[in-house]
Design a protein around this ligand. Structure first.
Ligand code: A3P
Length: 327
C-alpha cells in the first residue's frame, strides 16, 4: 500500500473503470447531477497538467482584468470552486480524516450553513459567485451529459512524462495522499491506471474526441509555456471577451510561473500548513515546484521513460496524427 493517506484504499468505479478514493464514490451521483449554468467556465484536467495556471488565467481575465480586484488576494481554494473528490460523510468516517478534516473545517468556518453530508465542494460550487470558474479533474463521462451544451469547457493537457513527475511530487507533498513508494513505483501506478483520476489516456481522449464542439477549447501545457500570449489570446477569443492588448500583456506577466509562485505558494501552504509534508517541501519544493516542460529527463530513469513511451504508443495508436502526444 503506497498511499498511506488514503488508508481505506482506492477502488474502481465500475462500470466505467475510473480510479478513485472511496470518499469520492459516495458522491459520484451528486457530481453527475451537478447543474451547470450557461455562464460557467469549466477548467477540466487530469491532475498536474496546469490546472491552477489555467484557472488563474481565466479567473483573472473574467474577474480581475485590471489586476485590482481585492478578491484576487484570497487563496485559490476560496476563489474557485472545485468539482472533484469530496469529503462530507466519508471524511468523518475514514482515516483520511486527519488531514481531510482540517480542509473540511476550514471550509465550514467560511460556510457554516453547508451540510457536510451533501458534500463540501459541491455546495461551495453552488454558492460561488457568477460567472463561476469551476475546476474539475473529473472526466466528461462522470459529469452531466449536457455539460458542453450548457457552458464552455477549457481542457488543459500535458506531456504524461511531466505529469507523472509532478504528480509524484504532489502525492508526497500532501499528507492526504502521503505516497511512500519510489518514483518507479509511482510510474507503475500511472501506467496501470491506479492513480486517482486515471485512466490518463481515457481522460484525454474523452476530451479530444469532442474537440470539434464549439464549447470546448483544448490547450496544451507545452504550448502555453512556449508562447503564453498566443495561448492566452486563444482563450480570450474562445471566451468571447473584450480585453485590451495592454490588459492581455499584463495578464501574461501576472500569470507567469515566477509571478504566480511568488504570490500563491505562500498562500496555499500558509493557509493549510497541516496538509503539507515539511520534509518534502524542503527537499523538492512546494506546489509551484518547477513549472517547466521536460523536467522528466532529469527525474525519470531511462527504463521509466521507456515504459511510459511504450504505454503512450499503445494508447495513442487510434488517435489521429495531429494529436500532440502521439508517438
Ligand atoms: P511542476 O510540478 O512540474 O512544477 P496543477 O495545477 O494541474 O496541479 O499542475 C501543477 C503543475 O503546474 C506544477 O508543475 C506547477 O509548478 C505548474 N504550474 C503552476 N502554475 C504555473 C505557471 N504559471 N506556469 C507554468 N507552470 C505552472
Amino acid at each position: 500500500q503506497h498511499f498511506r493517506g488514503f488508508r481505506t484504499g482506492t477502488i474502481r468505479l465500475d462500470p466505467d473503470g475510473w480510479f478513485f478514493t472511496t470518499s469520492f464514490i459516495s458522491f459520484g451521483d451528486k457530481y453527475y447531477d451537478f447543474k451547470f449554468k450557461p455562464s460557467d467556465v469549466v477548467i477540466m484536467t487530469y491532475p498536474k497538467s496546469g490546472t491552477t495556471w489555467t484557472q488563474e488565467i481565466v479567473w483573472t481575465m473574467m474577474h480581475n482584468p485590471n489586476l485590482n480586484n481585492p478578491k484576487a488576494t484570497l487563496p485559490l481554494l476560496k476563489r474557485r470552486p472545485n468539482l472533484q473528490f469530496d469529503f462530507g460523510i466519508s471524511c468523518s468516517s475514514v482515516n483520511i480524516a486527519a488531514p481531510g478534516t482540517i480542509l473540511h473545517n476550514a471550509f465550514l468556518q467560511d460556510h457554516p450553513n453547508c451540510n457536510p453530508k451533501d458534500g463540501i465542494f459541491l455546495q461551495l460550487a453552488e454558492f460561488a459567485e457568477d460567472p463561476r470558474i469551476i475546476k474539475t479533474h473529473l472526466p466528461f463521462s462522470l459529469l452531466s451529459p449536457s455539460l458542453l451544451e450548457t457552458c464552455k469547457v477549457i481542457y488543459m493537457a500535458r506531456d504524461p512524462r511531466d505529469v507523472v513527475v509532478s504528480y509524484y511530487h504532489n502525492s508526497r507533498l500532501l499528507n492526504v495522499m502521503d505516497f511512500v513508494g519510489s518514483m518507479t513505483d509511482f510510474v507503475e501506478h500511472f501506467v496501470n491506471d491506479t492513480l486517482v483520476y486515471s485512466p490518463f489516456w481515457r481522460h484525454l481522449k474523452e476530451a479530444w474526441n469532442k474537440r470539434n464542439h464549439p464549447n470546448i477549447h483544448i490547450c496544451f501545457y507545452e504550448d502555453m509555456k512556449a508562447n503564453p500570449k498566443e495561448e492566452i489570446l486563444r482563450i480570450h477569443k474562445f471566451l468571447d471577451l473584450d480585453l485590451t492588448e495592454s490588459q492581455i500583456n499584463d495578464i501574461v506577466h501576472y500569470t507567469s510561473f515566477q509571478e504566480m509562485s511568488k504570490r500563491e505558494d505562500k498562500k496555499i501552504i500558509g493557509s493549510y500548513t497541516e496538509v503539507i509534508n515539511p520534509k518534502i517541501l524542503n527537499e523538492d519544493g512546494g506546489f509551484f515546484r518547477k513549472g517547466v516542460t521536460g523536467d522528466y529527463k532529469n527525474k525519470l530513469s531511462e527504463e521509466d521513460i521507456q515504459k511510459i513511451n511504450e504505454w503512450t504508443k499503445e494508447n495513442t495508436r487510434d488517435m489521429d496524427d495531429e494529436f500532440k502526444y502521439k508517438i
